[in-house]
Design a protein around this ligand. Structure first.
Ligand SMILES: *Cc1c(COP(=O)(O)O)cnc(C)c1O
Length: 373
């Protein structure tokens, strides 16, 4: 893929740049009751469960964007008598709080600044102090800032306190490891888009089958009931309602490419290199990252908005867009910022070209480079 103003590379948290082969996988129609579709769908779900650690885990798909899968996960798993503790350090954590409130369920919040990872000691104290908390939710990579939360430590703490863990792994799944065999959790949500590099249109939840079976009849929404969706899939091989057939076909192709790249390790290595090129290049141009390197996930990087008289984000964005690169505004409360993604069907060559384009635009706008050392 090369950058062009007609079809820009998407340096965003999603939708993302996809390969030509993934787009071409959508060039036919599939009947949802056709054995060919049922077989392809089964293979996709089995691969998703295997990616999350396999044994005892099942993947359940959900139509819609990633948030639909997160809302289905929270609604299905949290019982009416339950209480959810949500670890919040960005917009996606806050969204989970809003979802559970809307479901009329009880929720407690561990809230932290957007540039700080989840405080596991504070979580442990809250679990010790409130026996009514039944479940904990955490975001693996909080895409609001790009911060990596210590999901393994969170999982161990939650398990030690005998509670159940639900993970929003949306922007990490497929690139950062999360293995149910090593890290105890009951369910995690992700989507076809993001690090799997499929097209947007479906989410999925990988769940411990035993835990899911105990959730029958619990979901507050008919469509967002993962237990019912799973039961239908076991009985008939079919989704309950019209499946996004082309999205499933594209995901089957995307998963083949993921395997060919070396799975989670290979995909993660490409993104880490993308991230390194971006951060080093941007720092050389005088831009500062929001996060410390130690907590930066190789998914999306937040840069502080330059504090220079000639700088306007709208003009910066438009000039980059004209050169074939779409970046993303920040949505932080701690500092004015913008974000540049490292994920999607992009490699070192595209990242270097993107940094070069940013350098040209910065020079045009009269941004001073840092003084040479
Ligand atoms: C992208 C994302 C979601 C889902 O967002 P949608 O716009 O609904 O696809 C949820 N959580 C995280 C952490 C994300 O990055």
């Amino acid at each position: 893929m090369n950058a062009s103003a007609d079809e820009p590379l998407l340096l965003t948290p999603g939708p993302l740049t996809t390969s030509r082969a993934v787009k071409e996988a959508m060039l036919r129609d599939w009947g949802s009751r056709d054995q060919a579709f049922i077989g392809m769908n089964r293979a996709v779900l089995d691969q998703l469960a295997a990616l999350a650690g396999g044994s005892g885990m099942v993947a359940v798909p959900m139509q819609g964007s990633g948030s639909f899968a997160v809302e289905a996960m929270l609604g299905t798993f949290l019982p009416p008598y339950g209480r959810l503790l949500v670890c919040v350090n960005g917009a996606y954590g806050s969204r989970m709080v809003d979802m559970v409130r809307r479901h009329g369920r009880s929720v407690t919040v561990l809230e932290q600044p957007e540039d700080q990872p989840t405080d596991v000691a504070a979580l442990d104290r809250m679990l010790a102090a409130d026996p009514a908390i039944t479940h904990v939710a955490v975001v693996q990579c909080e895409t609001t800032s790009g911060i990596l939360n210590p999901v393994e430590d969170v999982a161990r703490t939650v398990a030690a306190r005998g509670r159940s863990l639900l993970i929003d792994a949306m922007s990490a799944f497929g690139a950062l490891p999360l293995d149910a065999g090593a890290v105890p959790f009951d369910a995690m949500a992700a989507s076809s888009n993001k690090c799997l590099e499929g097209v947007p249109g479906m989410g999925f939840v990988v769940a411990r089958e035993q835990a899911l079976a105990a959730c029958a009849g619990q979901a507050p929404a008919l469509c967002l009931d993962l237990q019912a969706q799973h039961e239908a899939m076991v009985k008939t091989g079919q989704w309950r309602f019209t499946p996004p057939t082309h999205v499933v076909a594209a995901l089957a192709q995307a998963l083949a490419q993921h395997r060919a790249e070396g799975g989670v390790a290979g995909r993660g290595a490409r993104y880490r290199e993308n991230c390194r090129i971006l951060v080093e290049g941007m720092r050389a141009l005088g831009f500062a990252t929001l996060l410390d390197d130690a907590v930066q996930a190789p998914i999306i990087v937040t840069f502080r908005m330059p504090d220079a008289p000639g700088f306007s984000f709208e003009r910066f964005y438009e000039a980059l867009r004209q050169r074939g690169y779409a970046i993303y505004p920040g949505k932080l409360t701690v500092a004015p910022s913008f974000r540049v993604g490292c994920i999607g069907a992009l490699g070192a060559e595209q990242m270097r070209a993107a940094v070069a384009a940013i350098g040209e635009v910065a020079a045009e706008m009269g941004l001073a480079r840092p003084a040479a050392a």
